[in-house]
Design a protein around this ligand. Structure first.
Ligand code: TRP
Length: 456
């Protein structure tokens, strides 16, 4: 069967769930979530985050699945196919732009994970303490060559998986890796909870100090929710197009949300007790996972095994996400070029996207090193901007537009046909779906924005 003619699709419902969960569960859960929670007051952040997941996360995930499943198209053609006009084409391009910006920094951090996994395997951290890990991290993120090398490895690996048809590459791999990841996280959490004084970290993470909730915390939680669930970039639209026609959108979205949130909470349970046990400041920032955890492992029994497991797991989580990020762009380009004189097949599209991503990676890497001072704007590096702009601006704006698209541009019957009026617990989700995407979500995103800008 040729890749160009047949519509790509997953062969099983479980395959789709695992692939979507693989997309959602990633560095966002294990690297970003703990450090952002740490910077924003721990328990206070967790509560707001969970509310965001229910109010924005679940319905918006359903929205993207709906757009993808109904249209059967990638982020490029989905809106156009549903409404038969190209008034929404700009949103497709916004999705593509967001994908390129996210990939630029995401592949760099995936490269960090690879570096740490390799170092863990070689046991090069033997006997180091927290201070030495700080030194190691800052030395590594200033070494442009090494960082670029590891990012190239991550891009090559992702491109290698995408080279295959989706039901062979993405689907098969996700079905194996996702359960493995969950098992490893549970084992690690159990191990960390046996550390002395683990309750201090647990308190920080689970006890909400409501005085710490500020508009900034809410904006950060919303951005994190979008990022973690892969919402607002067309990744779930793209996977929705590969969804078996008999699959139930509500149940699938709920399963993905539960898995993703579970992994984020597990990551918090692994990291915060360790942070306090070793006297590190929880608001340390992006280096939190890379500085705290290797130090913890060194002091534990089975240190080699623990660190190899953890960083191996981080790489797995990262790669199932880079796969979905890149698939958006690959599907986009294949579809966009299909009507042109020189259509790009899947293989060519993978090469084109890899090239674009590598250029972005160069800027991101440079901006982290001493040579990249020209890539600083208003005191923030290109790398930091890519992260902030995508999670806190582009993804919420895209998601805002998608909610309006389904809420107002589709008629009720079309929506009910896809989401249905299920019985039992699903009834409540289905019944609240339209009011949420029509009113609450657009208004809330706008309010959080205006508030963040200091207008409201
Ligand atoms: N959700 C992933 C994470 O938490 C990152 C990711 C993968 C993503 N695909 C995406 C984010 C699409 C936004 C859009 O690490």
């Amino acid at each position: 069967m040729s890749t160009e003619k047949s519509n790509p699709s997953f062969t099983s419902k479980l395959g789709l769930i695992m692939a979507a969960a693989g997309s959602a569960v990633g560095l966002g859960n294990i690297w970003k979530f703990p450090y952002i929670a740490g910077e924003n007051g721990g328990g206070a952040f967790l509560i707001i985050y969970l509310i965001c997941v229910l109010v924005f996360g679940l319905p918006l995930l359903m929205t993207e699945f709906l757009i993808g499943k109904k249209s059967g198209k990638s982020a490029f053609g989905a809106f156009q196919a549903i409404r038969n006009n190209n008034r929404w084409q700009w949103l497709s391009w916004c999705c593509m732009l967001t994908a390129i910006i996210i990939m630029g920094f995401y592949f760099v951090v995936t490269g960090w994970c690879f570096h740490y996994a390799v170092a863990a395997i070689m046991h090069s951290f033997k006997g180091l303490d927290t201070t030495a890990f700080y030194a190691h991290f800052s030395h590594f993120v200033n070494n442009g060559g090494a960082m670029f090398g590891y990012s190239v490895l991550a891009v090559a690996l992702t491109a290698g998986v995408l080279w295959f048809d989706v039901n062979k590459g993405i689907e098969r791999l996700s079905k194996i890796l996702m359960p493995l990841l969950l098992l490893m996280m549970v084992l690690m959490a159990g191990r960390v909870l046996m550390l002395p004084d683990s309750n201090i970290g647990m308190k920080f993470f689970f006890q909400a100090d409501f005085s710490k909730i500020t508009p900034g915390v809410v904006l950060a939680a919303m951005g994190q929710c979008f990022f973690s669930l892969s919402i607002g970039m067309g990744a779930i639209i793209t996977y929705g197009a590969y969804m078996p026609k008999t699959q139930n959108i509500t149940a699938t979205a709920l399963q993905v949300v539960v898995l993703d949130t579970l992994v984020a909470v597990l990551a918090g349970i692994i990291i915060f007790p360790a942070v306090f046990a070793f006297g590190v400041d929880p608001s340390e920032g992006p280096e939190l996972v890379f500085v705290v955890l290797p130090g913890v492992f060194e002091q534990m029994s089975f240190s080699w095994l623990s660190s190899v497991l953890f960083f191996g797991l981080l790489c797995i989580a990262a790669v199932t996400s880079t796969i979905s990020l890149m698939e958006v762009a690959v599907a986009f380009i294949t579809e966009a070029s299909a009507t042109h004189k020189h259509p790009l097949n899947r293989h060519k599209a993978v090469l084109v996207v890899s090239a674009i991503v590598l250029v972005m990676v160069v800027f991101n890497v440079l901006s982290l090193t001493d040579k990249g001072t020209w890539l600083f704007f208003q005191g923030k590096s290109f790398f930091d901007w890519a992260d902030t702009i995508s999670a806190n601006i582009l993804m919420p704006v895209n998601a805002f537009a998608m909610a309006l698209f389904v809420g107002w541009w589709l008629n009720k019957n079309e929506v009910h046909h896809e989401i249905g009026k299920k019985s039992g617990w699903q009834h409540w989700i289905c019944a609240s779906y339209l009011p949420l995407v029509r009113y609450l979500i657009p208004l809330a995103i706008m309010a959080i924005f205006l508030n963040g800008l200091g207008i409201l």
